[in-house]
Design a protein around this ligand. Structure first.
Ligand code: HMG
Ligand code: MG
Length: 298
């Protein structure tokens, strides 16, 4: 049986680093982005233009985007919370932005300082402007199965927000298990609702691997026909406003897993492992990727 191509959307430089307490200097972020593109990754979320009062780690988005050497054919999206962030990003030759309403009221208040409804209104202003300016817009929904403040989340509400993001003009919506509490069972329930409002090829899955369920959750999603997976090199990641959130599904583990399914990602695993080692060494912590540990230590 033919296995379809899977697109890997790398979030390491953004989701991966935003939760680090020690500020990662711009040149290290830039070098990480270069190493990821050299490994063959075609979508690299590089920065966010959020309030530096909220996430200081991401306060150098402009410098990062103005310094990276862009490889033709590689997509370098950035995360945008509001029009102020959009205006700053627009000065940096951006082709794709990501907007990120929350899937739960509790997380919306903690992460965006507003209700879900208010957040959607703000993001619509951003999406309208970006589309007018000829950019692609990606949508995220966070806390799609569980919220650190509100507990389990009803998939019907997530499907509704997903539908609104498509109505705003998003080309794809990424469903985020922000705190990594999902299981293959809860992912199936979620997908069953979401496919009522979108075809699976327009849905991406974004797993944090807190409970070690990332790959089995992904397998559940692949059975629905999803084509894009978010992951973070070395398994870095987390959100400062989501208590208990740990790193994303590691890109090295994802590439190895997909290889086992016969999916050719065109990613050089050795170079990817080097990229993971580069950033983990800088952060002075062991890699969170089991594949990186197993192969990289050899
Ligand atoms: P607020 O405090 O309500 O906003 O925050 P405000 O408009 O009152 O502004 C407060 C101050 O920040 C002002 O400065 C603004 O100018 C400034 P002051 O006047 O006090 O000097 N400000 C900005 N500065 C630069 N760029 C901006 C910007 N906006 C305001 N864009 C706000 C509201 C949305 C700004 C804030 O809550 C925020 O930045 N939140 C983002 C938090 C964040 O980045 N979280 C992590 C990303 S989400 C995530 O990781 C989940 C995901 O991975 C999916 C998953 O895992 O499920 C995507
Ligand atoms: Mg995330």
């Amino acid at each position: 049986q033919a296995v379809p191509d899977i697109r890997i959307y790398e979030v390491g430089p953004r989701d991966g680093l935003q939760n680090e307490s020690k500020f990662v200097p711009t040149d290290i972020k830039v070098e990480l982005i270069h190493k990821l593109s050299e490994a063959g990754i075609k979508d690299i979320e590089c920065a966010s233009f959020v309030s530096p009062k909220w996430v200081k780690q991401m306060s150098d988005g402009t410098e990062v985007m103005k310094t990276i050497k862009r490889v033709p054919g590689v997509n370098y999206p950035v995360l945008i919370p509001n029009l102020k962030g959009y205006e700053a990003a627009k000065q940096c030759n951006i082709e794709e932005i990501a907007i990120f309403p929350a899937g739960s009221e509790g997380f919306s208040q903690k992460n965006l300082n507003c209700s879900i409804e208010e957040g959607l209104k703000r993001f619509k202003l951003v999406a309208d402007q970006a589309i007018k300016d000829g950019m692609r817009v990606r949508g995220y929904v966070s806390c799609v199965v569980g919220c650190p403040y509100d507990g389990p989340i009803n998939p019907k509400g997530i499907a509704k927000i997903t539908e609104e993001l498509f109505t705003m003009g998003c080309y794809e919506v990424s469903l985020g298990d922000t705190i990594g509490v999902g299981t293959a069972g809860s992912v199936k329930k979620l997908m069953n609702e979401v496919i009522k409002v979108a075809t699976p090829d327009k849905i991406a899955l974004h797993f944090h691997d807190t409970y070690g369920q990332g790959l089995s959750n992904l397998l559940a999603g692949l059975e629905f026909g999803i084509k894009t997976v978010d992951s973070s090199v070395s398994g870095l990641g987390g959100c400062p406003y989501a208590r208990g959130a740990s790193g994303n599904l590691a890109t090295e583990d994802l590439v190895y897993f997909l290889y086992g399914l016969g999916v050719n990602t065109n990613i050089d695993l050795v170079k990817l492992i080097e990229a993971g080692r580069y950033i983990s060494n800088f952060l002075a912590k062991p890699t969170e990727s089991k594949v990186n540990r197993a192969i990289g230590d050899r």
